[in-house]
Design a protein around this ligand. Sequence first.
Ligand code: G4P
Length: 291
Amino acid sequence: MDNTDMKQIQWFPGHMAKTRRLISANLKLVDAVVEVVDARIPLSSRNPEMDRMTAGKPRVILLNKCDLADEKVTDKWISYFGNLGITALAVDCKSGKGLKSFIPTVKTKVLKELMEKREKNGMTGASVRLMVVGIPNVGKSSLINRLAGSRRAKVEDRPGVTRTKQWVKLDNNVELLDMPGVLWPKFEDQNVALKLAFTGAVSDDILDIETLAMKLLVFLKENYPQSLRERYKIDYTDGESGFDLLEKVGKKRGMMISGGEINTERAAITVIDEFRSAKLGRITLEVSEVK
Ligand code: G4P
């Protein structure tokens, strides 16, 4: 993909260093780390230093927003992380789907050894403490709200907004550590930034909306041709460009401006919105190598 027309996203090394220090200082307080990622982009929605930062701690990856992702590909991601020795679960923290098995999986699989040790030592009443981490917008607050069973206030995740760490008590002796600080994804990789923009995880203005939509249409043409045809009732050949496709969508939807020209900006907004709300179907933008 040619991303030379993308604006560089600002990376904040100072904030990142502070968050990294906070995470390592608090790791000793928890039994395991819960890393929330977006199931549509399981690698691009991770912080590049996460493996290093949490080395040595049992970890579970929650492939959140699985309601928006391609189920078959999500299964492959679960195997992919499994091969790396990391338990991964597909969840939808908006509806709560998949969350029932989360705590039991942590206790019986991720923290199996610890739980057996506690059992042996008559310490079954001790709390299980979990640190929740993830880049902005992956659904950390939604997860904690769902598990805590009450609508806790959404706390701003913006740089410069001071937030203290909070423990959230759940039933069954589980405590979640909601970490302050911002963990950035790997913005400097333009392909990663593009995928984050498709999902709405970063502001749209890293690229103009038409370019963003054209790139998405080309991806859909190559990977989900059926979704594209069904949603927009358009026909196209392999050689057609993103712009051709965008014009076809606009024309089909009657998005015209005076003089018979197609309003490609409106068409672009429609394509991006419909992708994000899964009106184009459940689509994953990143495929694992596991067959
Ligand atoms: P964060 O704490 O990691 O920053 O993320 P947060 O929970 O605020 O979630 C970010 C957005 O993602 C929210 O949408 C939230 O509803 C949505 N979301 C979280 N989990 C899921 C999921 O499993 N499936 C789907 N489809 N969406 C999810 P929003 O537009 O900011 O707010 P709203 O739509 O809830 O009003």
